[in-house]
Design a protein around this ligand. Structure first.
Ligand code: SAH
Length: 351
């Protein structure tokens, strides 16, 4: 059975033609799908057609399993239950420029970053395009608010689920659907250089965010196994290709881990790396510094606020623009992977 939430209006239209339905049905159905209506609730359609859609398509909108709202900043963390019982997380963040939803791309992750909660149990499976889109539809429906920005920074490595992620990006951008502009979408990757090159050719003006976290191969490989496959030089090459193809500013994420990558020397090495490589092409770049969230199992902890600000100041003085990210939703476990983890533990304990 085809998955209704993963179809473009044109694909729905082709099926409607086969069924002998008038051509305006596709737009009607796509609007209902976007609104999160299940087939039986697609009330602008004749009853017989609703029933046929119900019988011949699968409809899998994630359901809200848990919802935690931050009292500090209004951030909402959703734990979504998928059709097969697996769970993923999304986080709704409220900024002055609009609502941003951070979505997951896989159930678990196989990249093995040492500080990250999402990777602890490995990758269970990829999400379907419908399930990535479903997070946006379900969060919009549940919150009653328009989501204007998307970041692919939830559970999973988006470029390790390339085809589903690309279909999602094109679906969420549809002007006759959720209509979220590519310039309002960021995709974050731990550095799968082949995927970055492939993405560069798709001609989508989304923002690419690179999870760098260390400026030498030795340090990076120690915390991010992906670096052994795609070392820094190769990653930077791919970033340059991305910039050349899209003209888009590249953003680098740098998680500050106490005693690992947060010294004055680390800042200098990072600035030199970025100036030498991406910066040499005059590509506009930006560094986002994130104080690592503590994850029980990893043993790593975050750099303090004062030290993080000093690290940022040092980068800036070396010609690299950097900002220390505010922590949102710190009271709702908003760091990725943590809610799914605690749920798993509770389920294992039979609660
Ligand atoms: N796989 C993608 C996207 C998901 S992770 C990627 O690696 O970019 C989103 C961001 O959160 C990444 O920059 C990741 O390195 C970071 N991250 C993971 N665990 C973290 C932690 N404990 N504290 C702070 N940032 C973390």
């Amino acid at each position: 059975m085809q998955d209704l939430l993963a179809l473009f209006p044109e694909e729905i239209g082709a099926i409607m033609r086969e069924w002998g339905e008038p051509s305006f049905r596709a737009a009607q159905i796509f609007r209902h799908v976007t609104a999160g209506d299940r087939p039986s609730a697609m009330t602008t359609l004749p009853k017989a057609l609703r029933t046929r859609i119900e019988n011949e398509f699968s409809w899998r909108l994630p359901s809200v399993e848990e919802k935690l709202s931050s009292r500090i900043d209004g951030t909402v963390k959703y734990l979504f239950r998928l059709f097969d019982g697996e769970c993923v997380e999304s986080v709704l963040m409220r900024y002055h420029h609009g609502n941003t939803l951070c979505v997951s791309s896989q159930v678990g992750c196989r990249m093995g970053c040492r500080f990250c909660a999402s990777t602890l149990g490995g990758r269970v499976r990829d999400l379907y395009a419908s399930e990535i889109l479903g997070q946006v539809i379900a969060a919009t429906r549940e919150s009653g608010e328009r989501i204007s920005h998307i970041v692919m920074m939830g559970i999973g490595e988006p470029l390790d689920n390339y085809d589903n992620v690309l279909r999602f990006l094109r679906l969420v951008n549809r002007p006759d659907g959720l209509s979220i502009g590519y310039r309002h979408i960021s995709l974050s990757t731990c550095g799968l250089a082949d995927g970055i090159r492939r993405l560069a050719e798709e001609n989508l003006p989304i923002t690419l965010s690179i999870s760098l976290h260390a400026a030498t191969d030795e340090k990076r490989s120690a915390i991010m196994p992906v670096n052994r496959r795609y070392p820094i030089a190769e990653l930077m090459d791919a970033c340059r290709a991305y910039y050349r193809a899209t003209g888009r500013r590249i953003s680098f994420e740098y998680t500050l881990i106490a005693g690992q990558n947060d010294s004055a020397e680390d800042a200098a090495t990072l600035a030199a790396l970025l100036r030498r490589t991406v910066g040499a092409e005059d590509a506009p770049i930006h560094v986002n510094l994130i104080r690592a969230n503590r994850v029980e199992e990893t043993g790593f902890s975050g750099t303090g606020v004062a030290e993080a600000n000093a690290f940022a100041a040092r980068l800036t003085s070396l010609g690299i623009t950097a900002t220390v990210r505010r922590r949102l939703g710190s009271d709702v476990n908003a760091a990725c992977g943590q809610l799914r983890r605690s749920r798993q533990r509770r389920e294992e304990a039979g609660q």
